[in-house]
Design a binder for this molecule. Structure first.
Ligand SMILES: C[S@@+](CC[C@H](N)C(=O)[O-])C[C@H]1O[C@@H](n2cnc3c(N)ncnc32)[C@H](O)[C@@H]1O
Length: 443
């Protein structure tokens, strides 16, 4: 690799010394990590208008590190002949990722040592999907990085990106500044970590990092590599929500949706705010201003994960009645029947659905329980509506009438990814084998 390359040498040295996030390949024998922005049904819904069958799918994990996204994508794609390119600057990190794939018997990964900035010249694309999490904010010029990714993305492709969040990391930047002062002239990485540990143990509660410390799991979860990545990094920057939109749009693309349901919830005032005046003021704002306000109001967004597309129509639409709506992420058999019964018993009252991480309100409509009952993951919306008419014998329930009834419930489920769409022409995906949610680092 060219030593005059346009990445920062210090960044490479860091990840050679401290591969991140630290992973033990043997752990693959007893656990499977499920990383955000990588689940195929969601990629299909947000990035491919539901029309992707994933046969021969070609994904790039740019700055793949120790392999979380690579392993998870390769695992989901191998049965469909899909392939993953894992690209990283750090040979030490890539070695960990290779061993993880070897333990899992995954052979559909190509390993490339290099800088993502050189992608346009590498002859590797074009890709259907690019995952780039916790990487672009470490470049000297993040715009150049996103442009390089766009150059190798198909026009109907999608991206999953994670960048740091500005406000919630305020204390991190103050701690970084403090440690830069204390570590002046020190080149040994371990010595810098020792100084950081001593400092963290001594700072008073009034210190700004100490204030927000509980937002950051890196220090206790990942030890020295976590401390280095969070507090001693030679190069990182962070983004506010409006800056994210600008960053993506500068490259002629669109921020399609935030990736984590929890993020979408904290960006939506109605989920957490009851104070009527505040709620009204927030809801009167244009969407981006509302999201910008909620980022500051909530104060917890240490990172932003989001889907990006070059297209304006990449999200599957409920208006296309040839799409198949399906419930997603519910444990247990027959969730549609269980929820249909629950709705029927509610007799028009609002209900609260609970997930392991959060709960959210759903307002069942007049025909919701019928629609849910016929939503078996194979029927299109048109076929579900036909089944509802047959079951009720009510021919006044035309498609437009039922669509109007279905939409608010669909939107409430979809906001947290509990309902997604795929087009009838796209082969359904097998359910995910047992996976535990990824304990990904802060990036
Ligand atoms: C914080 S780690 C994130 C790893 C992985 N994406 C994850 O989320 O688990 C950042 C990774 O990006 C890699 N990296 C940084 N700059 C890069 C560049 N210009 N080209 C390719 N990889 C890069 C580093 O070597 C490191 O492995």
């Amino acid at each position: 690799m060219d030593d005059n390359a346009n990445y920062l040498k210090a960044v490479r040295n860091q990840y050679e010394g401290y591969p991140y996030p630290p992973r033990v390949p043997e752990d693959e024998r007893h656990r499977r990590l499920r990383t955000g922005l990588c689940e195929l049904p969601q990629l299909n819904h947000y990035g491919h208008a539901g029309r992707q069958g994933f046969e021969g799918y070609h994904a790039l994990v740019a700055g793949g590190g120790t392999g979380d996204a690579t392993v998870f994508l390769a695992e989901q794609l191998h049965e469909r002949g899909g392939r993953v390119v894992h690209l990283d600057l750090s040979t030490a990190s890539m070695e960990v990722a290779k061993q993880r794939c070897a333990v899992r018997g995954l052979t559909n990964v190509e390993w490339v040592h290099g800088s993502l900035l050189d992608l346009p010249q590498m002859g590797l694309g074009p890709f259907d999907h690019i995952n780039c999490c916790g990487v672009l904010h470490h470049l000297a010029d993040p715009d150049q990085g996103l442009a390089a990714l766009r150059a190798v993305l198909r026009d109907d492709g999608s991206m999953g990106i994670m960048l740091y969040g500005r406000y919630a990391r305020e204390g991190v930047y103050q701690m970084q500044a403090l440690l830069r002062l204390l570590n002046q002239g020190e080149t040994d990485m371990d010595a810098c970590v020792r100084t950081a540990r001593a400092t963290l143990g001594a700072v008073p509660a009034s210190n700004w990092y100490k204030f927000g410390e509980k937002l950051f799991s890196d220090v206790w979860k990942f030890g020295d590599p976590g401390i280095y990545d969070l507090l001693l990094h030679s190069q990182d920057r962070a983004y506010t929500v409006p800056q994210l939109y600008d960053y993506v749009e500068k490259q002629g693309m669109r921020l399609v949706a935030f990736g984590r349901p929890l993020d979408r919830m904290w960006l939506t005032p109605g989920f957490s705010i009851r104070e009527p005046r505040l709620l009204q003021r927030l809801n009167n704002l244009p969407e981006r201003d509302r999201q910008a306000a909620m980022e500051i109001f909530t104060g917890t967004a240490i990172k932003h994960s989001f889907y990006v597309s070059p297209r304006t129509d990449s999200v599957a639409s409920l208006d296309d009645l040839d799409n198949v709506p399906f419930l997603y992420g519910f444990a247990g058999d027959d969730p549609n029947r269980v929820i249909a019964d629950f709705f029927q018993k509610a007799k028009g009252k609002g209900v609260t659905l609970k997930d392991q991480d959060f709960s959210y309100p759903v307002q069942p409509q007049a025909h919701s329980h019928h629609i849910l009952r016929h939503m078996d993951g194979t029927r299109t919306t048109a076929e579900i509506f036909e089944a509802v008419r047959a079951a009720t014998g009510d021919q006044r329930l035309t498609d437009p009438v039922l669509l109007k009834d279905f939409r608010p419930v669909y939107e409430q489920f979809n906001q947290v990814d509990h309902m997604l769409l795929r087009h009838k022409t796209a082969r359904p995906l097998p359910p995910l084998r047992q996976q535990i949610p990824g304990d990904g680092g802060e990036g």
